[in-house]
Design a protein around this ligand. Structure first.
Ligand code: 1HE
Length: 261
C-alpha cells in the first residue's frame, strides 16, 4: 500500500524496524484526512516481522498539526466524526502491535503533539518546540490530546498552553515530560533508531505488556492494578524466552546493569 503523504521503510538486519515518515514538508507535515487515514492503515497493516516503529517528519518540522485548510468546510456533525477518525488512527498508534518511537524536530504543535503523545517514546532534538495553538485558533484539541497530554505534563500545564498560546522549547519540553530524550539538532532520528534496535531486542511479551497493559493498569484502581500486574508478570515469566534470558544472566552471559555517568 503506498500513500503520497507517508512513507514506510523497513530497516534493521531482519527488517524489524518500520520507519514511518510524514511526507508533506511543503505543508510542514500538516495532517489532512488522507494522512490520518494513511497512518491508521499503516499501523493496521505493518509487515510481519516488524517489532518496533519510528515516526518522523520530512523537512524542517515534525508536524504542524491539523491541516487547517480542511477545517473550514466542516459542520458540527462532520467535526465530531473527524475527531473520532483521529481517535481511531492514534489508537492504532498507541495500542497497535509494536512500540512506537517519535523522532521530533522543529514544530511539534497541535495535532502534531497529539500524534507524538500517542507514541511510547519521544526523542526531541534541540530545535523542537511544543505548542497547542488550538486555543488561539478558536478550536479545541480533537486528536486525543485532552486525554494523553495531561498524562504527560498535567492538566494545569496543558490548560496554560491552550489559554495563553505558551510555546515550550525542547529543553523545557524534555524537563516537563513532553519528551523522554533530548539530543543535539539533527540527531533525533539517529537516537530513535538506536533505541528502536534496543526495543526490538526485548522479549515480545515484555514489549506487549508494556504498551498494552501498563497504560491500562495506570487507569485501574490500585487493587485491580496489582492483580493485573500479577497475572501479566506470571505470563511473561513463563515464556521460554524469559527463562533463557534469566538463565543467561545467572550464568554470567548477559549484560549487567551499568551505572551511567
Ligand atoms: C499549514 C499548516 C497547517 C503550515 N494547516 N497549512 N496548527 C497550527 O496552528 C500551526 C500552524 N503552522 C505554523 O504555525 C507554522 O506553519 C509552523 C510554525 C508550523 C512552520 O512555520 P514555517 O515558517 O516553517 O512555515 P509556513 O510558511 O508557516 O508554512 C508553510 C506552508 O505550510 C504554508 O502554505 P503555503 O501554501 O503558503 O506555502 C502554510 O499555510 C502551510 N501550513 N501549517 C495547513 N496546520 C485533531 S485536531 C488538531 C487541531 C490542531 O492541530 S490545531 C493547530 C493547527
Amino acid at each position: 500500500m503506498t500513500h503520497p503523504e507517508l512513507e514506510l521503510q523497513l530497516q534493521g538486519e531482519q527488517q524489524e524496524i518500520a520507519l514511518i515518515r510524514l511526507t508533506r514538508p511543503h505543508k510542514r507535515n500538516a495532517i489532512n484526512d488522507a494522512l490520518i487515514l494513511a497512518l491508521r492503515a499503516t499501523f493496521e497493516n505493518l509487515p510481519k516481522g516488524v517489532r518496533v516503529a519510528v515516526i518522523d517528519g520530512q523537512g524542517e518540522h515534525f508536524c504542524a498539526g491539523l491541516d487547517l485548510s480542511e477545517l473550514q468546510e466542516r459542520d458540527a456533525t462532520e467535526g465530531l466524526h473527524h475527531s473520532r477518525m483521529w481517535h481511531a488512527a492514534l489508537d492504532r498508534v498507541q495500542y497497535g502491535p509494536v512500540p512506537v518511537i517519535a523522532a521530533l524536530h522543529g514544530a511539534v504543535v497541535g495535532g502534531g503533539l497529539e500524534l507524538a503523545s500517542a507514541c511510547h517514546i519521544r526523542v526531541a532534538d534541540e530545535s523542537s518546540f511544543f505548542a497547542l495553538p488550538e486555543g488561539s485558533r478558536g478550536i479545541f484539541v480533537g486528536g486525543g490530546g485532552s486525554v494523553r497530554i495531561p498524562r504527560l505534563i498535567g492538566v494545569a500545564r496543558m490548560t496554560d498552553m491552550m489559554l495563553t498560546g505558551r510555546v515550550y522549547n525542547a529543553f523545557d519540553g524534555e524537563r516537563l515530560g513532553l519528551a523522554q530524550y533530548l539530543v543535539p539538532p539533527g540527531l533525533a532520528l539517529e537516537k530513535a533508531l538506536e533505541l528502536a534496535r534496543q526495543v526490538a531486542g526485548n522479549a515480545p511479551m515484555t514489549n506487549y505488556a508494556l504498551i498494552q497493559v501498563l497504560p491500562r493498569i495506570a487507569e485501574q484502581p490500585a487493587d485491580h492494578g496489582f492483580m493485573t500486574e500479577a497475572l501479566v508478570s506470571s505470563i511473561a515469566q513463563s515464556a521460554p524466552q524469559a527463562k533463557a534470558r534469566v538463565r543467561a544472566f545467572l550464568e554470567g552471559k548477559a549484560a549487567k546493569v551499568q551505572k551511567t555517568s
